[in-house]
Write a protein that binds this ligand. Structure first.
Ligand SMILES: [Zn+2]
Length: 373
C-alpha cells in the first residue's frame, strides 16, 4: 500500500500537467491561427491589387506611388494605363491633378502643365484641353492663348493637322480665322520692361516713358529716343557688331508718341484703306514704338525694307537676345502677331527675358500669355 500512493499522486499530477499543456497548446494554436488569418486577410487583397496593377503594366515604384496617392480605385476601375503615366508615377515630379494629361500625352513637362492651366483659365473645358494635348504639338496649342476663344476645338485640331506639311515651330499658318484684332482690348500693364503692347493691349494717349534719352548718331538716325536701359543696350549691341570699325547698323526709328502714330496710321488708311493699314501699321495706342523700348534697325547703306538681306540681320538673329532684344514680328508667325514679317523691328526686354523668349521659339505674344500675364 505504502508504495502505491506516490504512483496515484504522480498520475494525478501528470493528468493535471497534460491538461495545462493541452490548454496552452490550444491557446497557441488559436493565436497562430489568428495571426495567419490576419496575415491572409491583409496580404491577399494587397497581393491581388498589386498583381492587377502589375498586370496593367505598372512598375513596383509606380504601384507604390499609386497607393500613396490613393489612386488605386480610379486606376483599376477604368483600367487606366500609359507608358507616360507609368514613368511619371515613378518620378518625383508626379502630380495627380494631371492624371488624365499623362494618359493622353507621350511626355509632360512643366511648360505643358502651365499651358494646360492657362487654357483652363481661359475657360477651355477639360475634355477640349485633353483633345488638344492628345492631337497637337505644344507650338500648335500656344497660339490659342493669343487667339479669340475657339469654341470648335475639333475644327481647330483638323486645321492644324491639315497644315502639318508646311507648319513647324518656326512657321505657323492655318485656313480658319481665329482672331478679330482690336475686338477685345485692354490696357497694357506698363509696369516694367516686360510690358506688352500688341493688337490686344494698348497704351493710353497720355502714356510716355519718363526716362527717354536721345540716341547718339553713332547708333541712330537724327532725333531718335529710347528709354535709358534700351539706349544702353542698343549701344552695346552696335559696338560689338561694329568691332571698333565703322557703324554697320543703326536705329532708323525708335520712340514714337501717340500723336505720331495717329498721323502715320491715318496716312496709311487714306492711301490704301483700313485693312491694308492694319496689316503694316499699328493703330494709335497699339504701337510698340510708344513704349520707348522698340527700334527699327537699318544696315548702313541699305534700305530699311532690305534689312533681312544684310549681314547685320544674320548677326542679329544670332546675337540680339544676348543684348536684351528680340525680333518681334518673325516670318511665318503673322497670324499670331497680327503683323507682316518685319526683319527690322526689335523689342527690348532685358537680357534674361529676351534670352528666355528667344530659346522658347514662341512669339512674345504667346510667351507673355503663357508665362507673364
Ligand atoms: Zn517698328
Amino acid at each position: 500500500m505504502a508504495t502505491k500512493t506516490p504512483v496515484k499522486k504522480r498520475k494525478v499530477v501528470r493528468r493535471k500537467r497534460r491538461r495545462i499543456r493541452k490548454s496552452v497548446l490550444y491557446g497557441l494554436i488559436g493565436i497562430v491561427a489568428a495571426i495567419v488569418l490576419v496575415f491572409v486577410l491583409t496580404t491577399i487583397p494587397k497581393l491581388s491589387t498589386d498583381s492587377k496593377l502589375k498586370g496593367l503594366g505598372y512598375s513596383k515604384e509606380s504601384i507604390a506611388m499609386i497607393k500613396k496617392q490613393k489612386l488605386t480605385k480610379t486606376i483599376l476601375n477604368d483600367k487606366l494605363y500609359s507608358d507616360n503615366l507609368n514613368a511619371a508615377l515613378a518620378s518625383e515630379s508626379f502630380n495627380k491633378d494631371y492624371l488624365k494629361l499623362y494618359l493622353v500625352t507621350d511626355s509632360l513637362n512643366s511648360d505643358d502643365t502651365q499651358l494646360y492651366e492657362r487654357l483652363r483659365a481661359r475657360n477651355y473645358p477639360e475634355d477640349s484641353c485633353l483633345k488638344l494635348f492628345e492631337k497637337l504639338n505644344f507650338w500648335e496649342i500656344t497660339p490659342l492663348l493669343v487667339f479669340d476663344y475657339v469654341s470648335d476645338v475639333e475644327a481647330y485640331i483638323q486645321d492644324c493637322t491639315d497644315h502639318r506639311d508646311v507648319n513647324s515651330e518656326n512657321h505657323f499658318e492655318l485656313s480658319g480665322k481665329y482672331v478679330n484684332w482690336y475686338d477685345s482690348t485692354s490696357a497694357s500693364d506698363a509696369k516694367d520692361v516686360s510690358m506688352i503692347v500688341n493688337k490686344r493691349y494698348y497704351l493710353g494717349e497720355s502714356y510716355a516713358p519718363e526716362d527717354l534719352v536721345q540716341l547718339s548718331l553713332t547708333y541712330a538716325a537724327k532725333d531718335c529716343y529710347l528709354r535709358q536701359e534700351a539706349a544702353d543696350a542698343l549701344a552695346a549691341m552696335c559696338d560689338e557688331l561694329n568691332g571698333g570699325g565703322k557703324p554697320k547698323m543703326y536705329a532708323s526709328s525708335s520712340y514714337r508718341d501717340y500723336q505720331y502714330q495717329v498721323d502715320l496710321y491715318n496716312g496709311y488708311v487714306n492711301s490704301k484703306g483700313e485693312e491694308w493699314a492694319d496689316s503694316i501699321s499699328a493703330r494709335p495706342g497699339f504701337s510698340e514704338h510708344q513704349t520707348g523700348l522698340t527700334v527699327d534697325m537699318a544696315a548702313t547703306g541699305a534700305q530699311l525694307s532690305k534689312f533681312a538681306d544684310t549681314d547685320a540681320f544674320v548677326w542679329m538673329q544670332q546675337n540680339a537676345h544676348r543684348f536684351g532684344w528680340i525680333l518681334r514680328y518673325p516670318e511665318g508667325k503673322e497670324i499670331i502677331t497680327g503683323y507682316s514679317y518685319e526683319a527690322w523691328h526689335y523689342r527690348y526686354l532685358g537680357v534674361e527675358l529676351a534670352t528666355k523668349v528667344h530659346d522658347s521659339g514662341l512669339t512674345y505674344d504667346e510667351y507673355y500669355e503663357l508665362y507673364l500675364r
